[in-house]
Design a protein around this ligand. Sequence first.
Ligand SMILES: [Zn+2]
Ligand SMILES: [Zn+2]
Length: 135
Amino acid sequence: MILTGGCACGAVRFQADGDLHRAGICHCMTCRKVSGSAFNAFVVYPRSAVRIGGETTAFHSSETGRRHFCPRCGAHVFALYDGEEEIELHVGSFDEPNRFRPTYEAHVGRREDWLPALEGLPQFDGNREEGGQAG
Ligand SMILES: [Zn+2]
Ligand SMILES: [Zn+2]
């Protein structure tokens, strides 16, 4: 199945083909600041499964993290991490809602008090696993 998405103004578009690796929610400070929202809902695909069209600007959010956004409308669309063969796409960047369900929450220590934990899902104080992506 091919899913499409892009930034708010349409200058950056993407298409994701096939199965994702995972879907999650992150409450870390970088995800909060970058999204301007209380948390970041994202999906991770193999890098080779996603085609990007249009120019992006990258914000170096950590030593290895690159958060790509549209220079025209400012919308963050995807993130790449050095040394990883994966790409992280924002759930809100996809054209249709209800395509993904998160399977875990990361950096839950930064979760807003008014926001309940997603019942039954693994809760991580930091990243999903040791050695996982950061920033
Ligand atoms: Zn745009
Ligand atoms: Zn995060």
